[in-house]
Design a protein around this ligand. Structure first.
Ligand SMILES: Cc1cc2nc3c(=O)[nH]c(=O)nc-3n(C[C@H](O)[C@H](O)[C@H](O)COP(=O)(O)OP(=O)(O)OC[C@H]3O[C@@H](n4cnc5c(N)ncnc54)[C@H](O)[C@@H]3O)c2cc1C
Length: 372
């Protein structure tokens, strides 16, 4: 293991910037290559919800990774605040998942029992008690599942704080410069071609999100990551009107301290199209009103879109390449990239500094998808 390895990180989304920060803190000489500017991929659209017991309903591995990563969030945010000096919005006020039909009641009550059995705090809230938690939640709801440990974070702020903190630790960002090719170099090093130049490093971290498949890795299969568009609108409400993340069958709300409410999101397979549609804006407004009827009067202040990087099994692709020594994949975080960021950072740091093999890497091994 080298004390001060040279590392090139490809992509400056939430994953690339936070990985760059941690590696630079650990003593690596870090360069980041980014086609645009930091945070302009999926990251700019992200709602920042930290909710493994909602998003991870179906997949055991995703839920346990999410749970581990959620546990790392407090120290992760403290470190980032301290190293960057930036102010970050981070709340662990829970999620309030509304049951709008009898089938939702059954599902959420079953989930609540399963969570309690596995030691996760959750509470069934009957409509008569909504006033204590979310007074403006739809009176048509039949109840809600409160999971108090869930939360949300301001994702662009985290990303920009990590980029700033990484630079304070000596990392160098080259923006408006896209990587084209990654290849094995002599002496176990790894090369990256970008903008007509080649760089060499001890490690390369491929964190280009949905665009990861566009970077050619010499001798390897194309990494199977596809873009799934998500649209999200921002409404302006009275500060405090919504207190915590409210979730329902057609969407979710994230309340910011200044009264902004994020409403997400669509899930669309439309290639690399990052534009937004009027139809989605109308659909998201309707979803917001179904959860909190008074939002019918709230103005739309912005619309964001992003391309979520999705792998074949909805799990990240994270680990060493079996083809190009020194290459580490850190991509395909799909709908949970923010939640999974602290764990991703730890796993990549462990790999670069050879700190032993974490069992989570078994589920995420790139080789499960071919010759990677
Ligand atoms: C609407 C929406 C809502 C979401 N809500 C949540 C949520 O509530 N909670 C959650 O956990 N997750 C959420 N996600 C998912 C999360 O945002 C993503 O998983 C996460 O942002 C992925 O981060 P990334 O850094 O891997 O990718 P990106 O943010 O896409 O970053 C990849 C970067 O690589 C750059 N790049 C591309 N090609 C190259 C190249 N050739 N060379 C150099 N750089 C390159 C891009 O410009 C980009 O900046 C949401 C996503 C969307 C779209």
């Amino acid at each position: 293991m080298q004390v001060s390895p040279a590392v090139i990180v490809i992509g400056a989304g939430v994953v690339g910037c936070t990985v760059a920060h941690q590696l630079a803190r650990s003593g690596a000489k870090v360069q980041v290559l980014e086609t645009r500017q930091p945070g302009q991929g999926a990251t700019r659209a992200s709602a920042g919800i930290l909710a493994p017991y909602i998003e991870g309903h179906e997949l055991g591995a995703l839920r346990s990774l999410g749970r581990r990563s959620l546990d790392l969030f407090d120290p992760f945010i403290s470190q980032l605040r301290a190293d960057s000096g930036h102010d970050l919005i981070y709340r662990r006020t829970g999620t309030f998942e509304l049951a709008l039909e009898e089938t939702d009641v059954d599902r959420l009550r079953r989930l609540s029992s399963a969570l309690s059995a596995s030691g996760v705090e959750s509470r069934w809230v009957p409509p008569a008690d909504f006033a204590k938690y979310e007074p403006l939640a739809s009176p048509a709801a039949l109840g809600a599942l409160l999971i108090p440990t869930h939360g949300f974070v301001g994702v662009m702020a985290v990303t920009l704080a990590a980029a700033a903190a990484a630079q304070k630790c000596g990392a160098h960002f080259r923006t408006e410069l896209g990587a084209i090719r990654v290849f094995a170099s002599p002496m176990g090093r790894v090369g990256v071609e970008a903008g007509g130049t080649s760089w060499q490093a001890d490690h390369v971290v491929l964190a280009a999100g949905s665009w990861s498949s566009q970077i050619r890795v010499e001798g390897a299969d194309v990494v199977p990551v596809k873009p799934i568009r998500g649209q999200l609108v921002q409404l302006q409400a009275e500060p405090g009107a919504v207190q915590r993340v409210i979730w329902g069958p057609a969407g979710y709300l994230v309340p910011w301290p200044d009264g902004a409410v994020l409403v997400g999101s669509t899930v669309e397979d439309v290639g690399f199209d990052e534009s937004h549609t009027e139809e989605a804006v109308r659909g998201l407004q309707a979803a917001a009103v179904a959860l909190v009827p008074s939002l019918a009067n709230a103005a739309v202040t912005s619309v964001r879109t992003g391309l979520r990087p999705r792998g074949p099994d909805d799990l990240p692709i994270l680990g060493r390449s079996a083809v190009v020594p020194g290459l580490i994949y850190a991509t395909a975080h799909y709908r949970n990239g923010v939640l999974l960021t602290p764990l991703t950072v730890r796993l990549v740091d462990d790999l670069v500094f050879d700190k032993g093999s974490d069992p989570a890497l078994r589920d995420l091994d790139p080789a499960r998808h071919g010759r990677l």
